[in-house]
Design a binder for this molecule. Structure first.
Ligand SMILES: C[S@@+](CC[C@H](N)C(=O)[O-])C[C@H]1O[C@@H](n2cnc3c(N)ncnc32)[C@H](O)[C@@H]1O
Ligand code: SF4
Length: 431
């Protein structure tokens, strides 16, 4: 990375912090906010399943400790909220179920997915799970329902697994490999999630993880850079230590090199074939409707935040109230930059489509950004598309990481109901 690129990286990082700081000026609502679709538009649906048996030290996704009763009641309410969306007039063409552990109660999940398929013309369904819920007998029940399942492996290194509290719960390298071998091939796309750049992770450990994952031959492999937010930083330091070395860019270059013969779906996901399925719900689906406790929706430039607290969520659904408890609005310029980033992250921005979708001229609206990115060799233009170079992909990865860690602060804030009761308007990033 040259000096200019380092500067661009820092600049982008600070700009993202500033934008989030301005944008995450959140209004906690007294009044009901109903989600209303634009006529004739199809959306992506995101459903959140906030339960895990164990909490991993690095993870700040919204979740509760699993209990059978809590989970069953939750799924019932989730289905009611899905009916509410149907009643509001929404049409969904794809579904992303995230967690937590979405397959934690297979019966309830299946019932919910079948309902969604009955109510909407959903053409693709993606789910996330842990390695304890990939038993072939259970997975076979989801044939024809789930199109892509991503399994959190994180690493095949026993030492790393132990440190992040996953070894005892999900098994060591050998047991993970055995279970994955039996599961791969049952559903159309199996994706293995790995994390890279753990403190003290060596290049050899990374290459070994990649090698094992490739030998298992799943349709897709995703490599997330370790994200440390204010919420998880301390826990990560306690369990994995603090290293003075940061190998993120070096490791990213190794990853790109190791996956040269794969199709790059976005800055961190690689597949054997171009599946055409959307990988991240924040990616090109920059407009989506979220259902479930703690789910975000992004609609018409507004982020809508569903109730995080389970009791609050359950009671709102039962009383047929809107589940949205807070909103924040992005300025037009921020929105254009955000859409540009998510599309670049996904592999490229089609200039004509971008202009039509956003009713603008990208070369005028984002003149400074495009010229600066060209100057530092982060993007180039080809056949009407703006594409990222290798450095550009890395820049997207860093900015996406910033976006996710920014969202962690929102999650942390909203889980603290005592704080919420005192506030009506909060500026999350300055807390
Ligand atoms: C929300 S988790 C759900 C997966 C499933 N519960 C499991 O643990 O196997 C989805 C993925 O996000 C990634 N992830 C979670 N926390 C992360 C962090 N701090 N940094 C990077 N990736 C993270 C992990 O790869 C994880 O598998
Ligand atoms: S990584 Fe998966 S199992 Fe671990 S806490 Fe996060 S959602 Fe739960």
């Amino acid at each position: 990375m040259n000096v200019l690129q380092k500067f661009a990286l820092n600049y982008g990082h600070n700009k993202m912090q500033k934008t989030l700081s301005n944008a995450l000026d959140i209004d906690i609502l007294d009044k009901e906010i109903k989600k209303v679709p634009d006529e004739g538009k199809e959306y992506m649906l995101y459903a959140h399943i906030p339960f895990c048996h164990v909490f991993c030290t690095y993870c700040s996704f919204h979740k509760y400790k699993y209990s059978d009763d809590l989970c069953k009641e939750y799924f019932k309410n989730l289905r009611s909220e899905i009916y509410q969306m149907k009643g509001a007039g929404y049409e969904f063409d794809s579904l992303y179920v995230g967690g937590g552990t979405t397959l934690i109660d297979e019966d309830e999940l299946l019932k919910t997915l079948e309902l969604i398929k009955k109510l909407f013309n959903v053409k693709e369904i993606s789910c996330e799970t842990d390695p304890n819920h990939i038993d072939p007998k259970q997975l076979k029940r989801f044939k024809g329902v789930i199109d892509r399942l991503s399994v959190g492996v994180q690493s095949f290194d026993n030492d790393i697994l132990r440190k992040v509290s996953r070894l005892e719960r999900f098994g060591d390298q050998k047991s993970l490999i055995d279970r994955l071998e039996n599961a791969i091939g049952i559903l159309p796309i199996m994706s293995l999630d790995l994390i890279f750049n753990f403190p003290f992770q060596t290049k050899e450990q990374l290459l070994k993880d990649i090698n094992i994952a490739k030998n298992l031959n799943p349709e897709q492999i995703t490599l997330y850079p370790l994200m440390k937010s204010e919420v998880t930083r301390e826990n990560i330091a306690k369990t994995l230590g603090v290293s003075n070395e940061d190998n993120e860019y070096e490791f990213y270059k190794i990853i790109r090199d190791e996956f040269k013969d794969y199709h790059q779906n976005n800055a961190w996901a690689f597949s054997k074939l171009d599946s055409g399925l959307s990988d991240e719900y924040v990616g090109s689906n920059y407009e989506y409707v979220g259902v479930g406790s703690g789910a975000f929706s992004f609609l018409n430039g507004k982020l809508l935040i569903n109730a995080f607290n389970l009791d609050e969520y359950n009671s709102r659904v039962k009383n047929e109230q809107s589940t949205v408890m807070a909103t924040c609005e992005f300025k037009t310029k921020d929105r254009l930059q955000y859409i540009f980033l998510t599309q670049l992250f996904d592999g490229g921005v089609d200039i004509a489509n971008y202009n039509a979708q956003n009713n603008c001229d990208i070369k005028k609206e984002l003149w400074f950004e495009l010229n600066a990115l060209k100057f530092v060799k982060a993007i180039y233009e080809e056949n009407g598309k703006i594409k990222p170079t290798e450095f550009g992909s890395y820049l997207c990865l860093v900015l996406m990481k910033d976006f996710y860690t920014g969202m962690d602060k929102v999650r942390a804030y909203f889980k603290d109901s005592a704080k919420l009761n005192r506030a009506r308007k909060v500026k999350i990033m300055q807390e």
